[in-house]
Design a protein around this ligand. Structure first.
Ligand code: SF4
Ligand code: SF4
Length: 169
């Protein structure tokens, strides 16, 4: 975890020629490894309903690799193994559609847009509310292993550049 007021520096991602070729701004291969985190939470909160989330999540496959490798992700599911009379806890991820699917059929995060928003906002906004730290160590694993080269640093830099839209506008 990092202190509230700082910049985040990630390890340099592995070069991925497939994804670097046609990379829009939030894909790996862009310059710079650090992200300014001062004021980032306010930008994320203020742009909760922005089209920005759909834009940055367009190429996400929803595979969950970024979260299963992340040292600060802890989503889990509880399953009753009836045959073994055991209740077990399994790793899960907010990047899966079914993770937030409710028994009624309603899903508060029905698309990649909402799931990507949850992933980034949880780490860079909600963690600050709950524990006063951001939920990212800067390890760079999510950048290195995303199969389509999505780069959280670039997404956060894009968020930093957003206007301050009023929340719930
Ligand atoms: S860089 Fe941050 S978000 Fe990505 S895997 Fe590491 S701790 Fe998780
Ligand atoms: S690793 Fe990449 S493609 Fe897979 S869920 Fe994470 S951001 Fe989406």
């Amino acid at each position: 975890m990092r202190p509230k007021s700082s910049s985040l520096t990630c390890q340099k991602p592995r070069k991925n020629s497939k994804t670097d070729q046609s990379s829009p701004g939030w894909r790996s291969g862009q310059d710079g490894t650090s992200v300014e985190t001062d004021g980032l939470k306010e930008k994320l909160d203020a742009n909760f309903d922005s089209d920005f989330w759909a834009e940055i999540s367009e190429s996400c496959l929803g595979c969950g690799v970024c979260t299963f490798l992340c040292p600060t992700c802890f989503c889990f599911d509880i399953v009753d193994e009836v045959q073994r009379s055991e209740r077990v806890r399994n790793w899960d991820t907010c990047m899966f559609r079914i993770y937030s699917l409710e028994a009624s059929g309603h899903n508060p995060r029905p698309s990649r847009k909402e799931r990507t928003r949850q992933r980034l906002s949880h780490k860079y906004s909600y963690w600050l509310d709950h524990v006063g730290e951001i939920g990212c160590t800067g390890c760079g694993r999510c950048v290195r292993y995303c199969p389509v080269g999505l780069d959280i640093r670039a997404m956060l830099r894009a968020a930093n550049a957003l206007e301050m839209e009023p929340a719930n506008a």
